[in-house]
Structures are given as structure tokens and as C-alpha cells.
Ligand binder design. Structure first.
Ligand code: AVI
Length: 331
């Protein structure tokens, strides 16, 4: 299951404020709005998480394999940005696959702190890292990493390095991404470093293909949210009456994913009835793309100063390091 699956990732603070934490309330708020929307976090039930794993292996979906390649090829240089006896704090621990590349290249990392909302998944990952990397203190924290949480007391005296791979930051609205980075600075504290993986702005055709693959896996991933509403909220969505629509919004620097109603129809879900015009869409996801400069500017605005950039030959993806400007944080 991907990191995003288990974290209570918000589609946007505005949308979050419109709905409570329950799926039913969220659906009622999102489908009752105009234009209609649903939070991307609801993609990731068991079926959706499995489909996302399939997406990461698609020929068109370059982000996962490109980030792994950048990590493998530059792990030593990244290790140089990690202080002696540091604690590596991973926001949304994923499968720890990416952290392990850093941990292997940087034996000075003394503690690994994966932060995730799923206690069961965290315990499994923590046990695996303890088994494979003797000598490292593994200190999992069960928390929603998009909200405030406390680091374990054992790492407070250590230099702290945050790690947020996977371009998950791109699924936040930019103001929420800035708020996340500001909060990460507060949690990690004075002297911290932050390493962020992010998808870059690139040729529209490459982006469009990555989110509308020939095998139709991303379409199934998007449509699964309708199936999930049918399963969990007594919905009667006819999946054949909607189509996956993904496109790069050039001015907004983001991929938008929508589900488009193919006809005029009425759907019942969560005990309510919603009308769809032919061609009307439910906006299900934004995936923002950043240049090195635009992520740098966003981070700088909340106190993080650029400290390193690693990328691939095609300039498709970047991993960027930042250090905390303690003066701004204390102000
Ligand atoms: C998890 N996240 C970074 C993915 C992305 O690329 O925005 C989710 C995704 N949506 C469609 N394909 C992949």
C-alpha cells in the first residue's frame, strides 16, 4: 500500500473544511458542491492501493522508477548532506524502500523514524528495517503526518533530517504544501534538513500519457472511487456511465483527474440523491508539478533554504534538499 493510501492526505484545506473526517460526510459535501469534487485520499482502499502499485510499474508512469534511479545514483552525494548521528524522519513511511537507499549510503544515520497513520503497516516495516539494518534505532510514530505530531524523545538531541519522497507533495494544493513544509520545520526543529522528491514540469504529452495510460490502469484507479462509494456507502453508480478524464492544466502546472458523466443521470449514495448533467465532472485529484525554482520558492517562503538538487538526465523528477533557516522559524 503506498504512503498516500494510509495517510489522511487532504485534497485541499478548503475542501477538508467543508466535510468532516467520515467518508459519507465527505461524499455529501463534495457531490453537493458545484463543481463536484472528491478527496484523492479516498482512492486508496485495498483495491485502489493495488491499482496504484500497478500504476507505478506502467511504462508511461515514469515518477516512481525515475525517483528510485536518482536516489540510487546520487545516494552518496545526498549522504553528504546528512549530519553525523542524525535521525531520518520519513513523512508517510511508504514501504521504506526509498529510505533504505539513503540509510545504506549514510551509515551516520543513527535512528530511523517512520511516521504513518497505519500502526499495523508501520510495525511490519519497522521490524523489517530492524532485521536488515542492525545498529540503527527504529522508532516508528503512529500519526497523521499532515497534522502536528511529536518526535520520540530519543531523537530530540540528534540532528534531524526529514524525508518526503514520491511527489506526494504534488497532491497538496500549493498553500497546503507550504503549510506542510512549515509544520515539518516546526516538528523537526532548529538545524533540520528536509529532502523532498517532486515531479517536474515537462512536456505535456509525457504528462498526459503518465495519467492516461494505454492499458487503462489509471482509468480503473480513478473509477474505483465510484466502486468504493457503491461498496461502502450503498451507492448505485453505474461505472460504465462515467469516463476517466486526465489532462495537464498548463497554467496551473498540474495534472487534473476527473470522472465525467457520459449522460444525464441521477445517482443515490450515502442516503442522498445527486444529479449529473451529461459532460459534468467530479474533480478527483490534482497532481502539481514543480520546477526546481518553484519548489525552492515555496520552501523558502516557509523558512527552508535550498541545499542541494539531484535530477535525472531527462529532467523529469527532482530530489531537493533544504536546510531550515532558524531565524525565520523563531520569528
Ligand atoms: C501518489 N501520487 C504522487 C500520484 C501522482 O502521480 O500524483 C497519484 C496518482 N494519480 C494518478 N496516477 C498516480
Amino acid at each position: 500500500m503506498p504512503a498516500l493510501a494510509r495517510s489522511a492526505l487532504r485534497y485541499s484545506a478548503r475542501h477538508e473544511a467543508a466535510a468532516s473526517d467520515s467518508f459519507a460526510d465527505h461524499v455529501i459535501a463534495g457531490l453537493g458542491d458545484s463543481p463536484k469534487w472528491l478527496s484523492a485520499k479516498y482512492f486508496y482502499d485495498a483495491a485502489g492501493s493495488d491499482l496504484f502499485e500497478q500504476i507505478t510499474r506502467l511504462p508511461e508512469y515514469y515518477p516512481t522508477r525515475t525517483e528510485l534511479k536518482i536516489l540510487r545514483e546520487n545516494a552518496r552525494a545526498m549522504a553528504a548532506a546528512i549530519p553525523l548521528a542524525a535521525a531520518l524522519v520519513e513523512f508517510g513511511a511508504g514501504s521504506s524502500r526509498k529510505s533504505r537507499i539513503l540509510i545504506e549510503a549514510a551509515p551516520q544515520i543513527a535512528a530511523y523514524v517512520p511516521v504513518d497513520i497505519s500502526a499495523e503497516f508501520l510495525a511490519q516495516e519497522a521490524a523489517a528495517v530492524r532485521r536488515d539494518v542492525p545498529g540503527i534505532a527504529v522508532l516508528p510514530v503512529v500519526a497523521d503526518f499532515t497534522r502536528d505530531f511529536e518526535l520520540p524523545p530519543q531523537v530530540r538531541a540528534r540532528p534531524r533530517v526529514g524525508f518526503f519522497p514520491g511527489s506526494t507533495i504534488g497532491n497538496f494544493e500549493p498553500e497546503d504544501a507550504a503549510e506542510f513544509l512549515r509544520q515539518a520545520g516546526r516538528i523537526l526543529g532548529a538545524g533540520a534538513t528536509m529532502i523532498v522528491g517532486v515531479d517536474r514540469i515537462k512536456d505535456e504529452a509525457v504528462l498526459n500519457a503518465a495519467y492516461d495510460d494505454a492499458a487503462g490502469v489509471t482509468a480503473r484507479f480513478n473509477l474505483n472511487i465510484l466502486a468504493r462509494m457503491n461498496r461502502e456507502l450503498g451507492g448505485d453508480f453505474d461505472l460504465a456511465a462515467f469516463r476517466h478524464h486526465a489532462f495537464y492544466n498548463v497554467a496551473g502546472h498540474r495534472i487534473e483527474m476527473h470522472l465525467e458523466s457520459l449522460k444525464h443521470q441521477t445517482v443515490t449514495v450515502a442516503g442522498r440523491t445527486f444529479e449529473f448533467r451529461a459532460g459534468e465532472t467530479i474533480h478527483t485529484e490534482n497532481s502539481y508539478k514543480y520546477s526546481v525554482e518553484s519548489l525552492g520558492a515555496l520552501a523558502r517562503g516557509v523558512g527552508w533554504l535550498p541545499a542541494g538538487v539531484w535530477t535525472d538526465a531527462d529532467k523529469y523528477f527532482s530530489i531537493q534538499a533544504f536546510t531550515l533557516n532558524d531565524l525565520i522559524v523563531r520569528a
